[in-house]
Write a protein that binds this ligand. Structure first.
Ligand SMILES: NC(=O)c1ccc[n+]([C@@H]2O[C@H](COP(=O)([O-])OP(=O)(O)OC[C@H]3O[C@@H](n4cnc5c(N)ncnc54)[C@H](O)[C@@H]3O)[C@@H](O)[C@H]2O)c1
Length: 294
């Protein structure tokens, strides 16, 4: 069996964001190995032999529009991977980078995505419990312009207070809401998200700082370890542990898979679900995850 043929990326046009570092860089390396023609975008320089690299700030609509104009007329797979940590005072920026730009790019490029093509996001285990915000997220998703969305954010400071979590929950809501909407399903365009657990990447230092109430990286690292690793005496993933499965999800191997929110966390969130389902005191998932890791 020809493995490259099985993936189906040979000679295909692939657009990927966040490719300068971490999971997306790993994914890009594999896509190139599999023969894809890759168009990669990042705010930082991209050091890979892609067909074309764009340096652009994807929180900025004008810069996005400029890149979109230059991307090919036909795209077979789109991967939206850029992301930042959720620092206090940066709530709106986090929504733009981690969710809204990704929705905007998807919808602007949808006409160019080929029938049976794929759209794949990197969300996060941080978006676990997305069902709780689903109606609010759908309200935001249904707004039909960038400006209307920015106004919505301005009017909903409480919703975006937990900035990273809300943006990732919006991504997961988006996949769930859109997978069977006519613009995707009628053309058999698949839409999925992977949800990484703790992974050592370019974001690790910022995650550590933003998790600590005082911005202390060491304290934040300890807190992250307690939440994600302590209960199973685990270890942080490497970028390829996330980037490679994402390439599989976007490939022809997964040609019947759509609307899926795939947790890549060594079972951690399934364990949280198990405990919640067996728990008779109606505790929330957050309380349970906290207790199981205390
Ligand atoms: N590292 C983790 O533990 C973890 C866990 C769950 C989810 N994630 C998510 O994984 C995705 C990939 O992140 P990573 O962990 O590989 O980190 P990373 O920092 O190595 O990669 C993120 C990339 O996004 C780019 N980027 C950031 N802001 C941008 C902007 N405004 N415009 C264009 N590009 C921008 C960065 O330059 C970087 O190259 C992110 O969406 C992140 O939220 C990470």
């Amino acid at each position: 069996m020809d493995l490259k043929k099985l993936f189906g990326y040979e000679g295909k046009k692939v657009v990927i964001t966040g490719a300068a570092s971490g999971m997306s860089k790993s994914a890009t390396e594999l896509l190139l190995e599999l023969g894809a023609e890759v168009y990669a975008i990042d705010i930082n320089p991209i050091d890979l032999p892609v067909k074309k690299a764009y340096q652009a700030d994807l929180s900025d609509k004008e810069q996005i529009d400029k890149v979109l104009k230059d991307l090919p007329d036909k795209i077979d797979a789109l991967f939206l991977c850029h992301g930042i940590a959720g620092f206090k005072g940066k709530e709106l920026l986090v929504q733009k980078v981690n969710f809204y730009s990704q929705k905007y790019m998807t919808e602007q490029l949808l006409d160019r995505i080929s029938d049976h093509g794929s759209v794949t996001f990197i969300a996060s285990v941080g978006g676990f419990g997305w069902q709780q915000v689903y109606p609010k997220a759908v309200e935001l998703i249904n707004l039909n312009s960038w400006d209307a969305a920015m106004k919505w954010y301005e009017e909903h400071p409480k919703e975006i207070e937990s900035a990273y979590v809300f943006a990732k929950q919006c991504l997961l809501s988006y996949v769930t809401y859109k997978c069977m909407s006519p613009e995707f399903i009628n053309r058999r365009i698949r839409i999925n998200a992977i949800n990484p657990g703790d992974t050592t990447t370019g974001l690790t230092e910022d995650f550590n700082k933003s998790t600590s109430p005082t911005g202390d990286a060491e304290e934040g690292a300890q807190m992250i370890e307690n939440i994600f690793l302590k209960s199973w005496n685990g270890y942080a993933a490497e970028p390829k542990d996330m980037g490679y499965p994402m390439v599989v999800v976007g490939s022809d191997i997964c040609s019947y898979m759509s609307g899926q929110l795939i947790y890549i966390d060594f079972g951690l969130t399934s364990n949280w679900t198990s405990m919640a389902l067996l728990n008779s005191n109606n505790k929330t998932i957050e309380e349970i995850s906290h207790e199981s890791n205390a």
